[in-house]
Design a protein around this ligand. Structure first.
Ligand code: BES
Ligand code: MN
Ligand code: ZN
Length: 502
């Protein structure tokens, strides 16, 4: 799929298809207006006859309108003009991409990026349009024996910008959008794989493959024996019941100056979380193959970074592990000594993510990080609190928290902050060890964050609980979403000083 920008009048476009918006009720957007004038009111008379109301997501494909250079015109309903926000804009783009793909037009010129979206500029609209178009064309059919492919798939979309002055910003938006979409796609592909294929070694493999593709990346892998040597007993305990070796994959992007302190991303990589001895109920247990969504998002973000060649030093860690019941499994009652030296009483082997992460969070101290962000499908409680719309953000650092919230808003991949007050810490008290690994039902997402906070005191840190956002549950559109790759990418674009505010 190819994208380009240009600036020109819709009635002059020599194209297989020109795409324009229609607002509700039957109100032409400025681009549609121009087309209508050129073809002597053919469009407005169709609307008067009631063929298109302009409701969000409605479409009407017209052929061979008089006086136009384009073979087709696609009208896309945009809903009420004043209600066109981020979400509606993405829906309009997604719908038009789907219809275009079925028309037989192999290229199109789209004026949807001229639509007015509340407090969003050209850069934002084009980047979102690129991301949404690419995401809507995604399907995971790798493991289907028959794949259905479009007969004459859409190859190219040219987005219109109001004047020639916006061409450069439009090109930047395309470059950023494509790079982010590639990261999202990799994340989705890896996360959608079944746990009999995607195990910790597979994650390590993906890290190596990525490094082979981009000169700015290098990857190293630590197996169980190396982890044992330095004392990562908590991480190792979680993987002990599995025949798949635990592996920690470290991917470095060398984009900054050699002396620049690295930004570190840590992803929970439970390639399957059965709950272990505290076995989960059977219903929906298959979805625990997505418990490596954090690691997949780190992988995807490293790809985006490398694509954009951002001038930053970034280290991504995939904490690969599998949580299984077995004669050798760790059990409720066990007391583990973490890499930090702190001890943890295991009260539930299903609260395993924090046990893996705490050792990795201690390990990354040695990188002397500028900051550390961990991403984890950590708690069902976060899904209850925020649902699928926002990732749960926790951080003792207001400045970092606000930057991540902003990045979420800017990239339409939002997070919402939950407190990490000390008041919650007592829920983790244990009579036998420094702490327990669970804090009871109240504020389950927060007590998980509080647990991690005990291992991140030496640097600036934030935690994103992506249990509700990393995949869509049940239903026919079940599958990995690629979140929060857009949020993280936006954060890194800002950090690198190349984000665009238009
Ligand atoms: N991976 C799960 C969290 C999860 C649950 C993610 C549902 C997405 C959907 C995590 O390892 C887990 O099992 N957490 C427990 C913690 C509890 C035992 C304190 C949970 O949330 O139930
Ligand atoms: Mn679990
Ligand atoms: Zn888990």
């Amino acid at each position: 799929m190819e994208f380009d920008v240009k600036s020109g009048s819709p009635d002059k476009q020599r194209s297989a298809c020109v795409v324009v918006g229609v607002y509700e009720p039957r109100r032409l957007s400025p681009a549609a207006e121009l087309l209508d004038k050129a073809c002597d009111g053919a469009i407005s008379s169709l609307l008067r006859r009631g063929d298109l109301e302009g409701k969000l997501g409605q479409t009407l494909l017209l052929h061979a309108l008089p006086n136009l250079q384009a073979e087709r015109v696609l009208l896309v309903g945009c809903g009420k003009e004043r209600e066109l926000g981020d979400k509606q804009f993405r829906q309009v783009i997604t719908k038009s991409a789907a219809v275009l793909n079925d028309t037989g037009a192999m290229e199109a010129v789209s004026y949807l990026t001229d639509l007015h979206v509340k407090s969003r500029g050209v850069y934002w609209k084009i980047r979102q349009a690129v991301e949404a178009t690419l995401e809507s064309r995604y399907s995971f059919d790798l493991l289907k024996s028959k794949k259905d492919e479009a007969r004459r798939p859409l190859r190219k979309i040219v987005w219109n910008v109001p004047t020639r002055r916006e061409l450069t910003v439009g090109e930047t938006a395309i470059a950023h959008g494509v790079a982010i979409a590639r990261g999202v796609e990799l994340t989705r592909n890896v996360a959608n794989l079944p746990p009999n294929i995607c195990n910790p070694a597979y994650l390590a493999d993906q890290g190596q493959t990525l490094a082979a593709q981009y000169p700015s990346l290098t990857t190293e892998v630590m197996g169980e024996s190396q982890m044992a040597e330095i004392g990562m007993h908590s991480y190792l305990a979680v993987g002990r019941g599995s025949d798949n070796e635990s592996m920690m994959t470290i991917i470095r992007h060398h984009g900054g100056k050699p002396g620049d302190k690295p930004l570190v991303l840590v992803g929970k990589g439970l390639t399957f979380d059965s709950g272990g001895i505290s076995l989960k109920p059977g219903d929906g247990m298959d979805e625990m193959k997505y418990d490596m969504g954090g690691a997949a998002a780190v992988l995807g973000t490293m790809k985006t970074l490398a694509e954009l060649q951002l001038p930053l030093n970034v280290i991504g860690v995939l904490a690969g592990c599998e949580n299984m019941p077995d004669g050798n499994s760790y059990r409720p009652g066990d007391i583990l000594t973490t890499l930090s030296g702190q001890t943890v009483e295991v009260l539930n082997t299903d609260a395993e993510g924090r046990l893996v992460l705490c050792d990795v969070l201690t390990y990354v101290e040695r990188f002397e990080p500028e900051l550390v962000i961990d991403l984890a499908t950590l708690t069902g409680a976060c899904v209850i609190a925020l649902g699928k719309h926002a990732s749960g953000l926790m951080s003792p650092n207001d400045s970092l928290a606000n930057k991540l919230l902003d990045a979420g808003n800017e990239s339409a991949d939002r997070a919402w902050r939950l407190p990490l007050w000390d008041d919650y810490q007592e829920q983790l008290d244990s009579p036998f060890a420094d702490m327990a690994n669970i804090g009871g039902r109240p504020a389950g997402a927060i007590t998980a964050g509080c647990f991690l906070a005990r291992f991140t005191k030496k640097y600036t840190w934030a935690h994103l609980d992506i249990a509700g956002t990393a995949w869509r549950s049940g239903g026919k559109d079940k599958g990995a979403t690629g979140r929060p790759v857009p949020l993280l990418s936006q954060f890194l674009l800002r950090r690198a000083g190349v984000a665009v505010d238009e």
